[in-house]
Design a binder for this molecule. Structure first.
Ligand code: TEU
Ligand code: CA
Length: 550
């Protein structure tokens, strides 16, 4: 297959650096902390690591507000630490993916300080400004603003600047060629250091119609349609490919994939020479409802995307990242009875689909949501400003808090649970975000010693994927699509065939599929046996198996 690429075969482990391991006791995870855990990362079998932003930042949005793109955040360490980390990963055969946040910078970036200082400053056009004498600009919605307003008035020059995210995250003006050259220079700086991939944050939003026309009422309900895939996006992506991506053995993955399958294809189809991979938000979002979700909805979403990318293009496979609550709490079952089996089931799923799988730190040991009762416990700007906004809109605050408790990004950002000691071995100081009390139960040390642990199942599953190309490239076929309890599919490549059966419920469930009559052997199973009576299979709660079939 001429379409084989190393990054399609990668298994990417995402680390939220703030929360992984603190080497100096200040309560904040850091690069040296990650260096100390390199052998752990290697032991997982993963082949690449993506770190959330590690650049200099005032941390209004935990590093997604960058004040210097060629420096390391003081709390995280030094450039020397970075070089050592990269070397340590490479020595272990692990690639490195850098987060690139260039839809916006921090307002503390030198560019913005210059830009806001006067209307004729050379950096003025690095950002989007609207002179106030023209009146108020047309409404733009903001993800994180406490009033939901993306235009912020700045008295220094009597103008508004645009910020799709927080006020301290002014949007860069990509229509300015100088800005684009700055970005390519940043990417080359890191590519020269040897990074292997780039994750392009909020990238679908960079190109804007700078006349800022009026948008229809409630456009924010379909935000990617109105903010995504701006007029010159493809031109800029092709330019980035020519200037940076084509010159190194790297791949770039776009966060966001527009609002249609055509959009997604236009970003990643290889012959367009733009990006190599994208991730869409459709599937991950299904788990965000307190009342639960329908399995058929999940199947439909994954199947639709797989079908669309069967011949051309490539996507990411994930159910979790740093913008979401814990995967086992949303898609599995985090009760003591079912946490382990359901976490194993989810990892079996993610690692047996076509596309590049992304595993978020802690999901390999089934870390769960944390419970916060009061808004004062939250650290995430999205939670805090979301709360203020809901208050001012006189929303039902009890309902708001219940929802936040379930979906907040802080749920997925609590410190990694290494062992049973105070603060789970994450820090000797006070952790920046509380460690989940369940670390006495759920931690790496205990699971390393238990052959039946979620962690050891994860490692086994990683190995199974690495040993079987059929799990990477093989055709995916959904079976029994309307079954609301069991997700069943086959993967097929060059005569090699596997059957995947996943019970998404907390009770036994039976399924009859022809493929079950052709089972040769069971390759992985989160229980010790499998009940199969002539093709009628009865799965235990959250049972997941992969079988090779004739
Ligand atoms: O997220 C951008 C983004 O578009 C998401 O907020 C997305 O809309 C949401 O997850 C959909 O449910 C990126 C980063 O991943 C996030 O952590 C940053 O806060 C944000 O950009 C700003 O840089
Ligand atoms: Ca630290």
């Amino acid at each position: 297959n001429s379409n084989k690429r190393w990054w399609k075969e990668s298994i990417i482990y995402q680390i939220y650096p703030r929360s992984f391991n603190d080497s100096n006791g200040d309560g904040v995870g850091d690069l040296r902390g990650i260096i100390q855990k390199l052998d752990y990362i290697k032991s997982l079998g993963v082949t690449a690591v993506w770190l959330n932003p590690i650049y200099a930042s005032p941390n209004d949005d935990n590093g997604y507000d960058i004040s210097n793109y060629k420096e390391i955040m003081t709390e995280f360490g030094t450039m020397q630490d970075f070089d050592e980390l990269l070397k340590g990963l490479h020595e272990r055969g692990i690639k490195f993916v850098m987060d690139v946040v260039v839809n916006h910078s921090s307002d503390e970036h030198e560019w913005f300080k210059q830009s806001r200082s006067s209307r004729d400053n050379p950096y003025r056009n690095y950002y989007h400004w609207w002179p106030a004498e023209k009146g108020k600009p047309n409404y733009r919605w903001s993800f994180f603003d406490e009033k939901g307003e993306a235009w912020k008035y700045d008295s220094i020059t009597n103008s508004y600047y645009l910020h799709y995210f927080a006020q301290k995250q002014p949007d860069l003006n990509w229509e300015n060629p100088k800005v684009r050259q700055e970005v390519y220079s940043i990417m080359k700086f890191w590519a020269e250091k040897g990074v292997d991939g780039f994750r392009l944050d909020a990238f679908q939003y960079v190109s804007k119609d700078t006349t800022f026309p009026k948008l229809p009422k409630n456009f924010e309900k379909d935000i990617n349609k109105y903010y995504g895939m701006g007029p010159n996006l493809h031109k800029y992506l092709r330019e980035m490919y020519d200037e940076v991506l084509s010159k190194y053995d790297v791949f770039a993955v776009s966060e966001g994939a527009g609002s249609t399958l055509e959009d997604a294809h236009s970003l990643v189809d290889e012959d367009r020479k733009e990006l190599q991979m994208a991730y869409h938000f459709e599937s991950v979002g299904i788990g965000n409802k307190l009342e639960g979700y329908k399995l058929s909805e999940l199947k439909k979403s994954f199947t639709k995307w797989d079908t669309s990318f069967a011949e051309k293009g490539w996507i990411s496979i994930f159910l979790n990242n740093h913008d979401n609550a814990r995967v086992v709490s949303r898609f599995g079952n985090d009760s003591p009875e079912f946490r382990e089996v359901s976490a194993k089931m989810i990892n079996t799923f993610i690692l047996s689909m076509r596309g590049t799988p992304y595993i978020y730190y802690g999901d390999e040991i089934s870390m769960t949501n944390i419970h916060f009762d009061s808004i004062s416990q939250y650290k995430d700007i999205a939670a805090i400003n979301g709360y203020k906004k809901a208050l001012s809109e006189k929303k039902d605050m009890d309902a708001f808090m219940r929802d936040l408790n379930f979906t907040s990004r802080d749920n997925g950002r609590t410190p990694m649970q290494w062992d049973t000691s105070t603060n789970a071995g994450f820090t000797t100081g006070t952790p920046w975000l509380p460690v989940n009390e369940n670390h006495k139960e759920i931690n790496v040390a205990a699971q390393e010693n238990n052959p039946n642990s979620v962690l050891n199942h994860f490692k086994k599953m990683v190995k199974l994927r690495k040993d079987n190309e059929v799990l990477v490239y093989g055709a995916y076929k959904l079976l029994d699509e309307n079954n609301e309890e069991v997700y069943a599919y086959t993967r097929t490549l060059d005569g090699k065939k596997m059957l995947v059966l996943l019970n998404f419920t907390n009770h036994e469930s039976s399924i009859s599929v022809n493929a079950a009559k052709k089972i040769e052997s069971i390759l992985i199973n989160n229980y010790s046996d499998l009940i199969n009576k002539n093709g009628k299979i009865t799965l235990k709660p959250y049972q997941s198996v992969i079988c090779s079939i004739k």
